[in-house]
Write a protein of this length. Structure first.
Length: 200
């Protein structure tokens, strides 16, 4: 009997450990340094309450009970920009990036889609300042902080609307890095499309 309870306790501990991620407290965007310190522009999304850190998406709010599987089509509007830097080519290309990504996951792109996606670019950086990698000492100059140089970064804010009810059912703030700005924009669109695909 003791062996039985010992085995049961071990199994329970393992299951608890494996499921700990599910119970981990998610950081809220409005409590994050990114929001409080204004590290990047905000404002396209009008209500950031309820947005939490996602698994593969940086920040997300999804209305309780919403499943994207019932929506077979999507209308993607032209993207605005709230970024500190201007890049009209990337901004203009985001609509096509999202159309391609949503077609890939099986959503029909239509002018009267069941879902409406509105978005704005909040970040477009040719390179991202990477991690601190150490201090170099140069005679006469003192210590110089060395950093890695990250890949180009594109960040977007997205509002997903149920076309029938006109209700916002998801709000997303996400950014992606890749070797070029064009591929970073495409990566951001793919990440968000995959989020929609996974929540079916």
């Amino acid at each position: 009997m003791k062996r039985f309870f010992y085995s049961a306790a071990v199994i329970f501990s393992i299951l608890l450990l494996l499921s700990s991620d599910a119970f981990a407290k998610k950081e809220k965007f409005v409590e994050s340094d990114e929001y409080k310190e204004k590290k990047a522009p905000t404002g396209f999304i009008k209500n950031y309450e309820g947005m939490i850190e996602g698994k593969d998406i940086k920040w997300v709010y999804l209305k309780e009970g919403v499943k994207f599987g019932k929506y077979d089509s999507v209308k993607i509007e032209s993207f605005e920009t709230i970024a500190n830097k201007s890049n009209k080519d990337i901004q203009k290309g985001l609509k096509e990036n999202f159309e391609t990504s949503f077609q890939r996951i099986g959503k029909k792109v239509s002018g009267s889609g069941a879902l409406i996606i509105k978005g704005a670019m909040y970040k477009v950086d040719e390179y991202d300042v990477g991690k601190k990698v150490g201090m170099s000492f140069i005679p006469g100059a003192g210590g110089i902080l060395s950093r890695t140089q990250g890949n180009p970064t594109v960040g977007v804010e997205i509002i997903i609307i149920d076309a029938a009810t006109k209700e916002e059912i998801a709000r997303i703030r996400h950014e992606a890095q890749d070797p070029t700005l064009n591929s970073a924009a495409a990566e951001a669109a793919d990440d968000i499309a995959n989020f929609v695909k996974d929540n079916k």
